[in-house]
Write a protein that binds this ligand. Structure first.
Ligand code: IMP
Length: 196
């Protein structure tokens, strides 16, 4: 089976391709499938947005398509930035700017508990849909630490490891991350679906 990854984020592509390839599924990018789909993420949940992305790429390519929608939910900020994680503070900010804004908004806030959430959805041309969710609990650090990963990784602190996501190797992060967990659950569901 050939499957299109509905994402332009290189880091996500690498993580998703790595795991899905192990299922014997042929994975290709949007570019390799000859499509370039801009999807407006108008949903208010990770589930809705990942479905919007996967469905649009499936319709454009005619192939099953997989999308991930993810973000950081901070308890003291009522779940923000949440589904708006990639757009937190507006289009003008980069990862470092969004991270700075988050630290600013967390000044004096308690508790600092937060979780990363990832929802992975696969849409098939026959209308079937498979979806899986993964979460990873942590806290918002007081300052950025570490060089690895992307996005909010330098300020997502894991109390039991005393390290941020950005201080883990890619392998260590994938083993416990929201996306790693969502992929694990997704992998099981896809296996079951393919064996039906
Ligand atoms: P999406 O591409 O719309 O799902 O946006 C997800 C956004 O959430 C990213 O741009 C990052 O800001 C943030 N995010 C999601 N997963 C991670 C992660 O593993 N590390 C750091 N930031 C992440």
């Amino acid at each position: 089976m050939k499957l299109v990854l509905a994402s332009k984020n290189e880091k996500k592509l690498v993580e998703l391709r790595d795991i899905l390839s192990r299922l014997g599924v042929q994975v290709c990018s949007e570019a390799e499938a000859g499509v370039d789909v801009e999807v407006e993420e108008t949903g208010t949940t990770f589930e809705e947005n990942s479905l919007l992305k996967a469905r649009a790429v499936m319709q454009a390519s005619g192939l099953p398509a997989v999308a991930d929608d993810s973000g950081l939910c901070v308890d003291a900020l009522n779940g923000a930035p949440g589904v708006y994680s990639a757009r937190y503070g507006g289009e003008g900010l980069d990862d470092a700017g969004r991270t700075r804004l988050l630290l600013e908004n967390m000044k004096g806030q308690m508790p600092r508990t937060a979780r990363f959430v990832s929802v992975i959805t696969c849409c098939f041309p026959n209308g079937d849909v498979i979806s899986a969710r993964g979460e990873c609990e942590g806290t918002v650090a007081f300052a950025p630490q570490g060089e690895g990963g992307f996005g909010y990784d330098p300020v997502f602190f894991l109390p039991e490891r005393k390290k941020t996501f950005a201080q883990l190797t890619a392998q260590e992060k994938n083993a416990i991350s929201h996306r790693g967990r969502a992929l694990e659950a997704f992998q099981a569901k896809l296996k079951e679906y393919l064996n039906q």
